[in-house]
Design a protein around this ligand. Structure first.
Ligand code: ADP
Length: 553
């Protein structure tokens, strides 16, 4: 740890060094106290010996040095002086009364050296201790006896062994401490990084104009962004916690059934795109529409989040569409009366005696006026509350049978376009459906597949049954540019090539088709390759009530 670094209790490393030095010194002096007590008990006369006095005095003086010297300011290599002086002081005590075995006290400074100093300093210390033992023996004098073996041979060996063991253990501990510190640093960095990323993410999510809601597997909301909170404050019900109180379907007046509420469906694990909800009470000025999408989060390691709900404010968009529809509705309404009158008069004129050329002209005018009336009627129907007018009545029906009838009815139309129309369906495909609407869907997809085809092209209508009923209308026609794929289901949208071609249309068929399929709880998708053809796919649940609430867009 660097100088000035702090431990868990807040002490700096220099304060810790001073405390460790004083601690070691106190330990040696405490052991010495035991020796003094033993001296008083067994050989009180030695207390008068000046050598032993000097030794004990020196050991206590060293306690004072240990306590008073500001060790944090003493260079590290000079700190070694204190344990070395302890060795000398113990040597003095031992020289005065070798029988007491105070030489064993040398173990303390040797451990101190091995634990806290370098290998060289430890070797110096051990050698000094051995020297002290041997000088003591010389100082005592007399011939060597068997008892001396323990003190002058075994004790130095034991000291060396202890020093080596403690030194190695201390080194290992130090290495482990360093490792531990670097690991904890890594963990700390990772945590900081994680926290920073979380902060950044929530800041980003708070800045976007989308409403974002995250929920966990226990179906509890764990995050809502600022935009969403603002919306729910305006329209929500705080008693239910961050959710809209009453949610209306895209017709703006029908409440979603509880099981069909987008939030309930998302939390039940369903993924969906662009479900429209209206909030605010019908008839009130302040209302808002949101397009809701949901995604599940599949991360087995993270149980905290199970899914996301994203909401987009589409109020203005839908109001603009309503404005457009109102305009189209009123204009077409105004057009219809004079057009009906023109047709009536043309009929009257054609009943009179006319020259052949004039009759031919009147018939062309009449034909064109009739086509115009068909288009005006289509536009009028589409504009007059298209979604509300789409009444449904579900009964048990057979999609395969309806497909066969639709193909049979369009065979002539295919022939006039030089297109081959084939069918490949099972004997039956029973489901609870609105048969009239499903026929409308098939008619629309089949006529599109024929009219946007090429000469000698072909169209295939297929049905497969599994959990769902899957209907496919495949053509070998002009195809749809990728950029247009997302828009062909919008009302009044026609691709550029369709607009430039002589093929007439209003751009309403696919919008109504998708609406019908969604009201059945199903899905309509398209896949297309420009120049090669398109495939429209419908997946219909056998029972639309199983996916309650799907009937919105
Ligand atoms: P309409 O056919 O009256 O124009 P639709 O809503 O049925 O309106 O179709 C919208 C547009 O999608 C069409 O104008 C056409 O550009 C494109 N489209 C639909 N079906 C096909 C198809 N099978 N092949 C190529 N383009 C298609």
């Amino acid at each position: 740890m660097t100088r000035g670094a702090r431990d868990a209790s807040g002490r700096s490393s220099s304060a810790r060094a001073s405390a460790a030095i004083l601690g070691s010194q106190m330990l040696i002096s405490a052991a010495e106290l035991v020796v003094i007590v033993a001296l008083i008990a067994f050989v009180p006369e030695t207390l008068t010996n000046p050598t032993i006095f000097g030794g004990i005095g020196a050991l206590f003086a060293l306690v004072g040095v240990g306590a008073l010297v500001p060790w944090d300011r003493v260079p590290r290599r000079w700190r070694v002086v204190l344990p070395l002086l302890n060795i000398l002081a113990i040597g003095l005590v031992r020289a005065a009364e070798p029988q007491l075995g105070s030489g064993l006290l040398l173990v303390f400074p040797v451990i101190w050296l091995a634990r806290a100093f370098t290998v060289t300093e430890t070797i110096v210390g051990v050698n000094l201790a051995i020297l002290v033992i041997w000088i003591d023996r010389v100082f005592i004098g007399g011939p060597l006896v068997v008892n001396d073996f323990a003190s002058i041979v075994l004790l130095p060996i034991a000291l060396g062994f202890i020093a080596m063991t403690v030194y190695l253990a201390a080194r290992r501990t130090r290495a482990q401490t360093v490792l531990l510190r670097s690991h904890s640093k890594l963990v700390e960095n990772a945590l900081t990084r994680g926290r920073r990323q979380q902060f950044l993410l929530s800041e980003v999510l708070n800045t976007v104009a989308f409403g974002v809601v995250a929920f966990n597997q226990a179906k509890q909301i764990v995050f809502v962004n600022r935009t969403y909170r603002r919306w729910t404050e305006a329209f929500g019900d705080s008693s239910r916690g961050s959710v809209f109180d009453r949610v209306y379907q895209s017709d703006r007046v029908t409440l979603y059934p509880e099981a069909g509420r987008p939030f309930v469906r998302a939390m039940a694990g369903q993924e969906f795109d662009d479900l429209v909800i209206w909030v605010g009470e019908p008839g009130e000025q302040r209302r808002a529409a949101y397009s809701v999408s949901s995604r599940m989060i599949h991360d087995p390691g993270d149980q905290s989040m199970a899914g996301l709900i994203v909401l987009k404010d589409v109020t203005q968009e839908l109001e603009a569409i309503r404005g457009r529809d109102d305009l189209v509705g009123s204009v077409t309404h105004e057009l219809r009366s004079p057009l009906t009158s023109i047709l009536g008069y043309l009929d009257l004129v054609s009943e009179t005696d006319l020259p052949a050329e004039t009759r031919a002209h009147v018939e062309v005018a009449s034909g064109n006026a009739e086509r115009l009336l068909v288009i005006v009627n289509d536009l009028l129907r589409a504009a007059s509350d298209a979604e509300k007018d789409l009444s449904m009545s579900f009964i048990p029906g057979d999609v395969a049978q309806i497909a066969r009838e639709a193909v049979a009815a369009n065979l002539m139309y295919a022939k006039t376009h030089d297109v081959e129309l084939d069918i490949d369906v099972p004997a039956t495909a029973p489901a609870t459906i609105d048969p009239v609407r499903i026929r409308q869907v098939l008619d629309n997809l089949i006529t599109n597949a024929i009219k946007y085809n090429r000469a000698l092209g072909h169209v295939l209508v297929r049905i497969e049954r599994d959990r769902m009923i899957r209907v496919e209308v495949q053509d070998s026609g002009v195809g749809i540019p990728e950029a247009d794929l997302a828009r062909i289901f919008d009302r009044f949208y026609r691709t550029r090539s369709a607009r430039d071609s002589p093929v007439t249309g209003t751009g309403l068929g696919l919008a109504i088709t998708r609406e019908i399929i969604q009201r059945h709880g199903g899905e309509l998708t398209v896949e297309s390759v420009l120049g090669l053809g398109s495939t429209f796919r419908i997946s219909l649940p056998k029972d639309p009530t199983e996916t309650a609430g799907e009937q919105t867009a």
